[in-house]
Design a binder for this molecule. Structure first.
Ligand code: PXG
Length: 464
């Protein structure tokens, strides 16, 4: 077998990739015809590709490399743990030091009485765990008919069969169907769906859909509500301030468990350790992944309240993964949390970096194509529109203009994601002010170029 290395010509790597590798959320024929971009190394906030381009990663990978790339401490901890105990499970009344230590640390960091941790390998798996956990919880409390979980349209909770059903992405539902007892209400996306209401009125109205759904389904049937404090993959949808307090009131009133999906918002992304601290939410369960290890190793968790743990500990929960609490991932996560804390990275991100990024990001609001600028902590988005005053959508299919803009970002060595016609950023928390300046400069150039392209292609047309 030939050894495949970083030093092979790009075309050769692309040919091999096209021959054997199937990519997630990608049309295979398209990427294979064009050739995938080959990333070879990374340091700080900068990726290098096989052509030697240095690219500013304003997405922290997939919203996960909070610590930035290239921290050798994590590699050293992983190597040490692999030598000492590369694997052991946490089933059958056994445990190991990395799982013990990480659980203690997470209990310290998590707000309120979220003191108990169940591990999974990814955000999707953790949300699958949550579905099974809340149903089991209510069955243990003598209410086995409480099985329905209420979620939101345009939410993202993962790609497994259960997590994709829990999420609210219609394209995903269309490909694998639904599982029973998941119900969706509308999202609090004022820009796209708020009509003539003020953001505050709209936030309240969308939260009250939860109460209406509970009453319609029957209080005795609803187990939990799940939501991302700020929807990430849905386009960085920051809800109006009235939204979460009303959701909290309703969950409390009807004794519905509240699950905060912190897979993106956790570990500093919104300016605090957890999104529920920024948004003022008191969850019974938090889903965490991504920033937990800054993406250096796969690991996720459900962090649950004393009450939930007390009930769950009364039964055997017939659930778990081979890699639940994997010792290498747990050791890497613990080291990641140590650095985020001891170097004051989460604190500095919230106190200094976030306000600077906000000011610079908002300066893009004067661009003719940018209608809405939203940012909280280090996650933000720009809505592209042909008419700012009416918040109009483009007449072209959603995502046509966003995709053109993303391609211009790539061409200018900037990674920004597009969600439909929204452009999204979520850079590593360690991004410096100078790097923020570069990000904004490249984004403006990309917007200018995309604007010209959109006009030239006859796409500068508002939907009627
Ligand atoms: N919950 C949330 C809130 C997420 O954002 C998951 C669960 C699932 O996690 P795993 O580890 O199973 O992928 C996610 C993941 C994108 C994108 O392009 C977003 C995610 C994953 C992949 C792509 O925005 N979020």
């Amino acid at each position: 077998m030939n050894k495949i290395t970083n030093h092979m010509p790009t075309e050769e790597l692309q040919r091999l990739d096209a021959a054997h590798h199937m990519h997630p959320f990608t049309t295979g024929d398209e990427v294979n015809a064009k050739g995938a971009r080959v990333i070879t190394r990374a340091k700080g906030v900068t990726l290098t590709d096989s052509e030697g381009n240095e690219i500013l990663d304003a997405m922290a990978g997939l919203w996960c490399v909070n610590l930035g790339y290239g921290r050798e401490e994590l590699a050293e901890v992983a190597a040490r743990q692999m030598k000492e105990l590369p694997y052991y499970n946490t089933f059958f009344q056994t445990t190991h030091v990395p799982a013990i230590a990480l659980s203690e640390r997470l209990a310290q960091l998590a707000p309120g009485d979220l003191n108990h941790v169940f591990y999974s390998g990814s955000g999707s798996e953790a949300n699958d765990t949550n579905i099974r956990m809340v149903r089991t919880y209510w069955a243990e409390k003598g209410k086995p008919e409480k099985t329905v979980i209420i979620s939101r349209h345009n939410a993202y909770h993962g790609s497994t069969v259960a997590a994709s059903a829990l999420g609210g992405m219609s394209g995903m539902h269309a490909q694998s169907g639904m599982i029973p007892d998941i119900h969706h209400i509308n999202q609090p996306n004022w820009w796209a769906e708020g009509g003539d209401m003020s953001p505050e009125e709209f936030g309240l109205a969308r939260a009250q859909e939860l109460e209406a759904a509970i009453l319609e389904l029957g209080e005795g049937r609803v187990a939990a509500f799940i939501g991302e404090p700020v929807q990430g993959a849905g386009g960085v949808v920051i809800p109006p301030e009235t939204y979460w307090p009303e959701i909290q009131r309703i969950c409390d009133k009807y004794e519905i468990l509240l699950i905060a999906d912190e897979v993106i918002c956790g570990f500093g992304r919104t300016g605090n350790w957890f999104g529920c601290q920024t948004l003022g939410i008191k969850p019974d369960i938090m889903t965490v992944a991504k920033g937990l290890s800054s993406g250096y190793a796969p690991i996720s968790a459900s962090i649950v309240s004393d009450e939930v743990a007390t009930v769950m500990n009364g039964c055997e929960f017939n659930h778990g993964y081979t890699y639940s609490g994997h010792p290498v991932s747990a050791a890497v996560a613990l080291e990641n949390l140590r650095i985020l804390d001891e170097e004051g990275i989460v604190e500095t991100a919230g106190r200094e970096t976030a306000p600077y990024l906000k000011e610079r990001f908002e300066s893009l609001g004067d661009h003719p194509m940018v209608g809405d600028v939203r940012i909280v902590g280090l996650m933000g988005s720009l809505a592209l529109t042909p008419d700012k005053t009416t918040r109009a959508k483009f007449a072209s299919d959603a995502g046509t203009v966003g995709f053109m803009c993303r391609e211009r970002c790539f061409a200018n060595n900037l990674i920004m994601r597009h969600v439909g016609d929204r452009m999204v950023i979520s850079p590593p928390l360690v991004i410096t002010k100078a790097e923020i300046d570069t990000l904004i400069e490249r984004a403006r150039t990309a917007l200018d170029e995309a604007y010209e392209e959109v006009k030239a292609a006859g796409l500068w047309v508002a939907a009627s």
